[in-house]
Design a protein around this ligand. Structure first.
Ligand code: ADP
Ligand code: MG
Length: 712
């Protein structure tokens, strides 16, 4: 239950005078904070708040605007209003349910106002007749009273009110820890320590950004006097979060690079030129630019750390291949890592085809590669033969070793790129790293997650592609969808039908996919065609068979879950039907539709919404019909869903950003990155005394990330 609302004499102390109790230190345990004590400290611990400075970082979730004071006679319903009055009557009421409620009547000279509190009998000890009190709440139109208003006994000036009549902070709480206890503890913590909390943002950086002191910002974030003050404080504290993050990323970059040297792979070789000429088409302008950036990185002896960001079908593979050639031409080995077996096989085929014109060795390592084959490959690698090896991450890391790795290409697995590189770097020479991703990650998020990656982008689709149309429809149109599918199949084209990987109730994909497979197989118009089922629970042999049947054209329809999301390339597939489309993220849908529209024919993506589609949900899906710009879609997704859901940032080592908003704080993020760079450029190990607080904050917040770093 809530704590007794004893009058708090301390609340009358202004921020300027000496507190009447022993001051806590920023590092003190909360039990030593005046008004908390050992019992209540346990409550705070449930929120993982043990020390005073941790408490100060427990920022409000939101603020209620209860600043509008009115007379009782002027109270009108429908908004949060504040009234100052004197208690006239107070009474405890025993309800039939056995609960004791409390009611008071206030008078302010213009009228009387009843306030009713459910089950809070202890209030009778503080809200006694004659006491002056301030309440904030909404008035009930019919009964002209307030139910459970926020309230505070007025003991000093209204300017010192904590719980009412101001921008009232709403902090996350836990059972037994009331909002009032939280705010009182916060006020004491601020009074005692705010000016002595050490600031991880170095003074020169804070000054360059025009920030006020950290103490002011902490005070203003919890108890803002105005909207402007709160916005200012938020900006400073959000900057701090992003600055810490960017500092870690920059340190990581420096550390990885100082762990060994990179290698120079000269550009402009004959092999690359020959392969480029042999391509059946010209590189798009974006591809050529990206290749130029990569080639320049490869040619330098500092290690490359670059991401090639390109929408599905934008042609990343060929760029990566040409980059690989530059390294092979310089006499070194290249590993091409992909997330799944299916992709490993596909890439093996694509890369071998690309390599035909230049006759370089390409090997593929998959689960079905025999031990003897693998040994033979290892012998060649050990002999230092320059070659390109494609395979899954798991296999290339565990089963194959590259004595002379010049370049690691990591496809569709941006999250692991960094760790991969740290592992690879252990051997002294740091291989160049090229991370390919079709996930159109918004710029701000890329910066936040991979601030230490350089980025090349492919924005245009290669020419010669047919139009790709997207339609949003409902489940009731299923017969028309089938008719359309039958027409496409009759024209010799192929179709995907995709279901969400997880059913609504958390049911795994299998049954849904199987049920849909049966439903489609039973359609008379689809009878002439072969359908294949592919989902995550199949054995790897079965998956491969299904995939091959579809890729070869033997099967016309592939019913599947999101296992096909990445990489699959079947140019004669012209129809993508996504069922229960509302359950997918926009970026994911965009990825899926990228599976079609790869050939010269017109392609169609049909997003079939489930029955429970809201107007909002429909508007969301319509974004896809409207635009084909993956980056725009990703920004929209980020705005609608937040970064965590989209990118699994929890696993990425990104700490929870409490105030910073990656969808909104682009400018702040860039400032943070520039600031981090400038601080580290003069003190990369943060040994200077003025950087001690920054160092300490990083160790406290990024211990795990730093440990991974230092252990390589
Ligand atoms: P991504 O990996 O970016 O999704 P891919 O590398 O698989 O895209 O390329 C998709 C298809 O486009 C492939 O069939 C590839 O051969 C083709 N392609 C790549 N670049 C071009 C280009 N410049 N012009 C025409 N077709 C291209
Ligand atoms: Mg690809």
């Amino acid at each position: 239950m809530a704590t007794p609302g004893r009058p708090q004499s301390r609340m009358t102390v202004t921020t300027r005078s000496e507190p009447a109790h022993r001051r806590a230190e920023p590092g003190s345990r909360l039990q030593f904070l005046s008004g908390v004590g050992p019992q209540r400290a346990l409550l705070f611990e449930r929120l993982e708040l043990t020390t005073v400075d941790q408490l100060l970082r427990h920022y409000p979730r939101t603020w209620l605007d209860a600043r509008r004071f009115v007379k009782i006679a002027e109270l009108d319903p429908g908004r949060l209003l504040t009234v100052r009055g004197t208690v006239k009557h107070a009474a405890l009421l025993r309800t039939r349910a056995g609960r004791t409620d409390f009611t008071v009547t206030l008078n302010d000279g213009t009228g009387t106002l009843g306030c009713y509190f459910f089950g809070q009998p202890f209030l009778s000890r503080s809200l006694k007749p004659g006491v002056e009190v301030v309440v904030s709440g909404e008035i009930d139109a019919l009964e002209r009273r307030m139910l459970n208003p926020m309230h505070e006994v007025l003991e000093g000036d209204v300017a010192e009110l904590l719980h009412v009549g101001r921008l009232v902070p709403v902090h996350a709480l836990t059972r037994g820890l009331s909002a009032k206890l939280m705010r009182r503890a916060m006020r004491v913590a601020l009074e005692d320590t705010a000016d002595r909390v050490s600031d991880p943002v170095p003074l020169e950086v804070a000054e360059a950004q025009g920030f006020g002191s950290l103490g002011e910002a902490l005070r203003a974030i919890h108890f803002p006097e105005s909207d402007a003050e709160r916005a200012e404080a938020r900006r400073r504290l959000a900057f701090e979060e992003l600055f810490l993050l960017q500092t870690v990323l920059e340190m990581r970059r420096h550390l990885v690079e100082s762990g060994g040297r990179g290698r120079a792979h000269p550009a402009g070789g004959a092999l690359v030129a020959r392969a480029r000429e042999a391509l059946p088409w010209a590189l798009t302008e974006d591809q050529a630019t990206a290749l130029g950036e990569i080639a320049a990185d490869l040619a330098r002896d500092s290690p490359m750390h670059r991401m090639l960001l390109g929408d599905v079908g934008s042609g990343k593979t060929v760029v990566a291949f040409l980059a690989a050639l530059q390294v092979i031409e310089a006499g070194h080995q290249v590993a091409f890592m992909v997330p799944t077996e299916i992709l490993a096989r596909q890439h093996g085929v694509t890369l071998a085809r690309l390599a035909e014109s230049v006759d370089i060795p390409v090997a593929v390592v998959t689960g079905s590669t025999s031990a003897a084959e693998r040994r033979a490959l290892q012998v060649r690698l050990d002999a230092g033969e320059p070659m390109l090896v494609a395979g899954t991450h798991a296999l290339l890391e565990d089963k194959v070793s590259f004595p002379d790795l010049g370049l690691a290409i990591v496809d569709e697995q941006h999250r692991f790129g960094v760790k991969q590189r740290a592992t690879l770097a252990k051997k002294g020479v740091i291989p160049d790293l090229l991370v390919l991703t079709a996930t159109p990650i918004p710029r701000s998020l890329a910066l936040a997650l991979y601030g230490d990656l350089d980025v090349s982008r492919l924005r245009e689709r290669p020419a010669g592609r047919g139009r790709l149309v997207t339609r949003v429809t409902g489940e009731e149109k299923f017969p028309q969808v089938i008719d359309f599918m039958a027409e496409e199949l009759a024209a010799g084209h192929q179709a995907y039908v995709v279901l969400p990987a997880i059913e609504e109730g958390g049911r795994p994909d299998v049954r849904a996919a199987e049920a849909e497979f049966r439903r489609l197989s039973a359609q008379p118009r689809l009878k002439p065609y072969r359908l294949e089922l592919l989902h995550g629970r199949l054995k790897s042999e079965e998956k491969r068979a299904a995939m091959e049947a579809f890729a070869s054209g033997a099967a016309s329809v592939l019913v599947t879950t999101t296992v096909i999301e990445v990489g699959i390339d079947v140019p004669s597939a012209t129809l993508m039907v996504v069922e229960n489309a509302e359950r997918f993220g926009l970026s994911q849908l965009h990825q899926l539709r990228g599976r079609v529209g790869r050939g010269a024919n017109r392609s169609v993506c049909v997003l079939v919404a489930g029955p429970a589609l809201t107007a909002n949900g429909r508007a969301r899906l319509e974004v896809l019909a409207r635009t084909s710009d993956g980056f725009e879609i990703a920004e929209e997704d980020l705005r609608l869903r937040g970064p965590g859901e989209m990118w699994g940032t929890a696993q990425s080592g990104l700490p929870r950003l409490r105030l910073a908003d990656l969808a909104l704080d682009h400018d702040l993020l860039e400032l943070a990155q520039a600031s981090a760079r400038s601080v580290l450029s003069e003190d990369v190990e943060l040994r200077l005394p003025e950087h001690a607080p920054l160092r300490a904050a990083l160790l406290a917040q990024y211990a795990a990330a730093l440990e991974m770093l230092l252990s390589g």
